[in-house]
Design a protein around this ligand. Sequence first.
Ligand SMILES: [Mg+2]
Length: 117
Amino acid sequence: MSERTGDPLRDLAESTRAFYARFDVDPQSQLQGFITNFNEEVYELVQAALEGTDKRHIAEEAADVFVTAIGVCFAAGIGVEQIIEQVYAVAAKNDAKTHDTHVVKDGKIRRRVNVQH
Ligand SMILES: [Mg+2]
């Protein structure tokens, strides 16, 4: 088992990297298979969320999505540090969004379109 850092994303990414290494799986030679796995896990998460009765099961499926998303990144040649860097970039971008810049429309938070008069 890989060393835990207390940073869940870093720990999960490192665990995932070590998992594939332990089974001699080279992610970069398995892109299509990793994408298939990811799509299956997204489907399972969606089904669990739609059922909505077993919160623990939904969380388990979400974790499966995270793991397989990391696998797709590895298969595409993206490393742990680049994933983490991008997670913080997205968080900073979302943190900067306000009601002045964005609006909720159709269940999605979208950039506010300035209407010129
Ligand atoms: Mg699953």
